[in-house]
Design a protein around this ligand. Structure first.
Ligand SMILES: [Zn+2]
Length: 214
C-alpha cells in the first residue's frame, strides 16, 4: 500500500469511529429498548480527588465509563450514553438535566474515593438521601454494589445515603465510588486496565440485571 493510500484508509477508519462514537449508540435507534446515562465524574478544570502519586480521579472515572460504553455495544437493546466523552468540565446538574431531557432509563455516576487515612479502602455506592430502601434508586445501588464487590473482591462498604446532585434525576440514579485512590494498593489497581475492565463488567452486569429483572 502506498503511503497516501495507507493514510487515507487510516483516516476513513478514524472517521467511521468518530461518527459511530458521536452517535453515542450501541444499538440502532429502532431496536433500542433502554437508554442508560453513564456519567464519568468530574473532568476538565475539576480533577476530582487527587490520590497517590498525583493520580487524578477524573481520569479513572472516564476510563471505566468508556469501557462500560464499549462493552455495551454487544447488547443491541441497550444504548449507553456518556455524560462526557473526554476531559471536559460539565456541571453535574447539567449532566442530570440532559439525562432527563433524553428520557434515560437509568443514571449511573462513576467516581473514585479519597480519604486522609491511607489505610481506608473499598467500594461504596451512594443514593440521594431521600431515596429510601424501597426506592428504585436504592435497588439500583444495591445491585451495582453487589456486582462490583463480587467481581473485584474489594472491601464492601455498602450502600449509603448522601445529599447528591442526582436528586434531580427523573429516573433511578446511583453514584458509585469504585475505590480509594489514597490507598496504596487500591490506587494501583484502579489505574490498571484489567481492574478497570472488571469494574466496567460489573457495572454493565448490574445495569442489565436491573433492567431485565424488575
Ligand atoms: Zn468524585
Amino acid at each position: 500500500m502506498t503511503q497516501r493510500l495507507r493514510m487515507s484508509s487510516i483516516l476513513a477508519v478514524l472517521l467511521f469511529l468518530l461518527v459511530f462514537l458521536s452517535l453515542g449508540a450501541g444499538c440502532p435507534t429502532f431496536s433500542c429498548r433502554f437508554t442508560v446515562m453513564v456519567d464519568p465524574g468530574h473532568g476538565g478544570k475539576d480533577p476530582g480527588a487527587i490520590g497517590i502519586n498525583g493520580v487524578y480521579e477524573k481520569k479513572i472515572n472516564l476510563a471505566i465509563a468508556q469501557m462500560v460504553y464499549l462493552k455495551s455495544l454487544g447488547h443491541p437493546e441497550l444504548r449507553v450514553i456518556l455524560a462526557r466523552r473526554n476531559d471536559e468540565y460539565i456541571y453535574p446538574t447539567d449532566r442530570v438535566k440532559e439525562a432527563n431531557r433524553i428520557g434515560a432509563d437509568l443514571y449511573v455516576s462513576i467516581h473514585a474515593n479519597a480519604y486522609r487515612q491511607a489505610s481506608v479502602s473499598g467500594v461504596e455506592t451512594l443514593v440521594h438521601e431521600t431515596q429510601g430502601r424501597g426506592s428504585q434508586s436504592y435497588r439500583l445501588a444495591e445491585i451495582l454494589q453487589q456486582h462490583i464487590v463480587s467481581q473485584t473482591g474489594a472491601r464492601d462498604r455498602g450502600v449509603k445515603w448522601a445529599p447528591l446532585f442526582i436528586r434531580q434525576a427523573q429516573m433511578p440514579a446511583a453514584l458509585i465510588e469504585v475505590g480509594f485512590i489514597t490507598h496504596r494498593f487500591e490506587a494501583k489497581l484502579l489505574q490498571s486496565l484489567s481492574y478497570q475492565s472488571k469494574i466496567a463488567d460489573a457495572i454493565l452486569d448490574a445495569i442489565l440485571e436491573f433492567l431485565y429483572k424488575p
